[in-house]
Design a protein around this ligand. Structure first.
Ligand SMILES: Nc1ncnc2c1ncn2[C@@H]1O[C@H](COP(=O)(O)OP(=O)(O)O)[C@@H](O)[C@H]1O
Ligand SMILES: [Mg+2]
Length: 274
């Protein structure tokens, strides 16, 4: 096992934390000014947890995810990720905008990470077929992205991320641009895939419904600079069905709790803070 630390020495993460975020701050330099995106952010995420982050626009959610992916470095503090193995990728990211390669067929898009890692061809094919089938794309393996709807393209992104078999899935509002029906279908598919794999998932959303349907924990963030202001356990039994959950009184209670927390935070302010 080895840890990945993004700042300072690689201290061991607390025994049961997959991701330990400690006193994390991130500022961006804008010429003479600075934007403080995140400030003194502390949080532990456990192996196999499905955690949703909700917060006002501009509070640093994407910044946090990019730091978890190793694409940005903290200004202060650290993120320590406990790695299980060197044989699989640590993270895969799914974005709101489709990020699949337009010149590749669906099956090649889904195989991409495996190919880069030099996974044997037969193993690649088996994994690709498995996740294409699970994502309802079995018949579209040879299609090109321009032949697919927005929802199907996001399915390809989801299939590609799972086929790549990372330890942690990072999802940045992946269903936000989809129509309601497609969104709900994809949420159910994601839940099924997660149930099968039990990966650690960090999922950003601006939908309270989505957070409550998907998550084990919902972290509500303050306005910029972002930090956690609430850590809410979501304990509805799994498997979950969206329409059944929404009829639960507890769903309504938690929905209102999160709504009030978000309402207590200022919305995005002009960029300059210094
Ligand atoms: N690369 C960057 N350079 C400068 N400022 C940035 C950069 N990325 C994000 N920011 C700023 O950091 C703040 C947080 O952005 P972001 O993480 O995208 O928030 P969210 O995803 O919660 O909407 C915003 O004020 C944004 O303008
Ligand atoms: Mg964002």
């Amino acid at each position: 096992m080895s840890d990945r630390a993004f700042k300072g020495s690689a201290k061991a993460a607390s025994a049961d934390a997959k991701i330990a975020i400690r006193q994390l701050s991130k500022s961006y330099d804008l010429g003479h000014d600075q934007v403080k995106a995140l400030e003194t952010f502390d949080l532990s995420i456990h192996d196999g947890e499905f955690v949703c982050f909700l917060g006002p626009s501009g509070c640093g959610k994407t910044t946090l995810l990019r730091m978890l992916a190793g694409l940005e470095t903290p200004s202060q503090g650290e993120i320590v990720v406990r790695r299980q193995t060197q044989d699989r990728p640590l993270t895969s990211m799914i974005f709101q905008e489709t990020s699949i390669f337009p010149w590749m067929r669906v099956r090649d898009n889904v195989a991409f990470g495996l190919r880069i890692r030099g996974v044997p061809r037969l193993e690649q094919q088996t994994a690709v077929q498995h996740f294409l089938d699970l994502c309802g794309l079995g018949q579209f393996a040879d299609a090109y992205p321009h032949q697919l709807s927005g929802g199907m393209k996001q399915r390809v992104s989801v299939a590609r991320a799972f086929a790549n078999d990372p330890e942690i899935l990072l999802m940045d509002e992946p269903f936000a641009a989809l129509d309601e029906q497609t969104k709900i279908t994809l949420q159910q598919e994601l839940l099924r895939l997660w149930n099968e794999t039990r990966k650690t998932v960090v999922f950003i959303t601006h939908s309270i419904d989505e957070a409550l349907v998907l998550a084990d924990r919902v972290i509500v963030m303050s306005g910029r600079p972002g930090r956690p202001i609430a850590d809410i356990a979501v304990t509805f039994p799994r498997p979950r069905l969206v329409h059944e959950l929404k009829a639960e009184p507890e769903f309504g209670r938690q929905w209102h709790q999160i709504w009030s927390l978000l309402g207590s935070q200022p919305q995005a302010l002009p960029e300059k803070v210094k």
